[in-house]
Design a protein around this ligand. Structure first.
Ligand SMILES: Cc1cc2nc3c(=O)[nH]c(=O)nc-3n(C[C@H](O)[C@H](O)[C@H](O)COP(=O)(O)OP(=O)(O)OC[C@H]3O[C@@H](n4cnc5c(N)ncnc54)[C@H](O)[C@@H]3O)c2cc1C
Length: 550
């Protein structure tokens, strides 16, 4: 059968587009660097696509022009991007597959799919861009499963210039949205790092946060209303700018993680494409002052659109790795210069600032922000370096995840975890998370590179985003247990310290056991009842958020 679908151009067992070869020529240097820090990697064999195909036995037989049971398409829609997914598609461990992939293009087909699933007792998984890092779209059911890809719902249907809003189909990904809005001079401004693949529906369903959230807001700040097809009919939230009419039903859709219905269109806020956008990089001599600066700068109104502060370990590792992925000479020169100026390694904190708005706003904001920063010891001049650092961040803002492919090939795994907590606990929790990961790795007699940054900031606190790189174990099960030990230890300290189990990735399967800390029993019961109201037959129950039976 000749089918054309979105994931054909993507790497099925890794991150990104097949034709994007960025960083591949740096593989050996990166491998040597990681070997020096973590030890020589183990040899490992990857499972091939042909081997995987032999294990798939689709249990769904439906003759519909938009439903496919072809083995290639099944592989291409059976995996997400969580570390467990990586162990599956790379090492063949604990493989699970969907039984069919539906690619509907009309609301009638969506309705038909809901009817078929109900009649046949099949489960449905709603698939946006498949970039979930917490197991959302990985099938987990005894019953046959149909994965419904929303990729044909990818159009901007209407731009209302007067209301500054756009009606957009929920399967449109970041590139599709911004390209279509851009033709009319508008922008949504939601830039998660997964932007090129993740979709409006996925962002809303998992409450995502884009890199410039300081200016554009999180997805819940951009989402005005939408339409969801459910087992109980169409659930519609009108796009009213603000309302005090009882509970806000928008928030039933936000964070629903595919459990209550299929969002097929949404109205979102848009803005004119900014006249000017600039990113600058600077260094603080220590992270305490950098945080102090952030808390102060938040209290003045400027057109700052992003503050990304790397703690000292991340600042250093980024510079070290940039020697291999970027221009080695410039980085060495920069590090020397920092040293001469008294900015000590393991102490300095790198910060990227983003400015967005009218030309005058940007220039005014830069003056105010930098003069505030200069009250602390900062490395900002020569301006050319600040500009170069900012430019380099901007250039690589969606490319860095491709490093995951190269590191895995070299024998090293990468995972990230994130939380949000009030300012008084930010530094404490950052330390606890990193210690928990290091101690967990130590139990497996392994070293781990751990580093953290702050990238979504609020008046009352900030997100923490921790990356950990480790040597993959040769045995898939041992590798899974090793990763799980680190993930569990970090998750425990997060919730025990009062942080959220997720600031932006959602709950999925990996975080659901920790949800009780934040929602408590009563909250979980309310969520469970709500899900049952929307999906009384539990057809959308792919074990995300909550286990219905417990
Ligand atoms: C390299 C990388 C970088 C990332 N960076 C960020 C980041 O900067 N910020 C951030 O917030 N997240 C980030 N993520 C996580 C991920 O991209 C987000 O969670 C994103 O919102 C998922 O969108 P998606 O379209 O890929 O959804 P999917 O992964 O396909 O699905 C996620 C969940 O949403 C549900 N869903 C999807 N579409 C619909 C719909 N139309 N109706 C109802 N339910 C639906 C699915 O059923 C599932 O439960 C990153 C992930 C990766 C791999």
């Amino acid at each position: 059968m000749d089918i054309s679908y979105r994931n054909q151009s993507r790497i099925w067992n890794g991150w990104g587009n097949k034709d994007q070869k960025v960083f591949y020529d740096k593989k050996n240097e990166l491998k040597n660097f990681l070997e020096s820090r973590l030890g020589k990697s183990y040899s490992h064999k990857e499972i091939s696509r042909e081997e995987i195909k032999k294990m798939i036995h689709p249990r769904v037989q439906i003759q519909k022009p938009y439903i496919y049971q072809n083995l290639d398409i099944i592989i291409d829609y059976s995996f997400g991007q969580s570390f467990s997914d990586w162990i599956r598609f790379k090492m063949g461990y604990n493989l699970r597959f969907t039984d069919a992939v539906a690619i509907p293009s009309t609301i009638e087909e969506l309705r038909e799919l809901l009817n078929i699933s109900r009649e046949m007792d099949y489960k449905i998984i709603i698939y946006g861009g498949g970039t979930s890092v917490v197991g959302h779209i990985t099938p987990e059911s005894e019953k046959p499963v149909i994965t419904v890809s929303m990729e044909k719902f990818n159009r901007v249907l209407n731009i209302n210039q007067e209301n500054l809003s756009a009606l957009i189909q929920a399967g449109a990904n970041g590139t599709e949205i911004e390209t279509q809005l851009g033709q009319y001079g508008f922008r949504l401004g939601h830039y998660p790092q997964s932007f090129e693949f993740s979709t409006l529906g996925g962002w809303i369903a998992s409450r995502s946060s884009g890199q410039q959230s300081l200016y554009y807001g999180r997805i819940e700040d951009l989402f005005l209303g939408g339409k969801l097809i459910t087992y109980e009919g169409i659930f519609e939230v009108p796009p009213i700018p603000a309302s005090s009419a009882a509970l806000d039903l928008k928030h039933f859709i936000l964070g629903s993680e595919g459990r209550i219905g299929i969002l097929y269109e949404a109205t979102v806020k848009i803005r004119k494409i900014p006249e000017k956008e600039e990113f600058l990089g600077l260094f603080f001599s220590n992270f305490e002052e950098a945080i102090q600066f952030i808390r102060e700068v938040l209290q003045i109104k400027t057109s700052l659109s992003m503050i990304r502060m790397s703690f000292p370990e991340e600042s250093l590792i980024h510079l070290e790795m940039a020697k291999y992925t970027g221009n080695k000479k410039i980085i060495e020169y920069l590090m020397k210069f920092l040293n001469i100026k008294g900015f000590k390694e393991h102490q300095f904190a790198m910060m990227i600032l983003g400015f967005t708005g009218l030309k005058e706003e940007v220039s005014d904001a830069k003056k105010k922000v930098i003069s505030l920063a200069k009250r602390f010891k900062i490395f900002y001049e020569p301006y050319l370096i600040a500009k170069k650092l900012g430019h380099s961040w901007e250039k690589n803002r969606f490319l860095n995840p491709y490093l995951r492919n190269i590191l895995w090939d070299a024998g090293y795994g990468v995972d990230t975890l994130e939380t949000c907590i009030s300012w008084d606990k930010v530094s404490f929790l950052k330390r606890k998370i990193e210690e928990a990961i290091i101690e967990a790795a130590d139990k497996y007699k392994e070293k781990v590179i751990v580093y953290t940054h702050i990238s979504h900031i609020y008046l009352n606190g900030s997100s923490l985003y921790t990356t950990y790189i480790f040597r993959n174990k040769e045995d898939p099960e041992e590798n899974y247990n090793f990763w799980k030990e680190m993930k569990t230890s970090a998750s425990k300290v997060i919730v025990e310290s009062g942080g959220t189990i997720s600031h932006q990735h959602g709950v999925g399967k990996d975080h659901k056991e920790y949800l009780i800390y934040e929602k408590q029993k009563m909250g979980l019961n309310i969520i469970k009842t709500l899900i049952e109201k929307f999906d009384p037959y539990q057809i959308l129950d792919n074990k995300n958020i909550i286990d219905q039976e417990n």
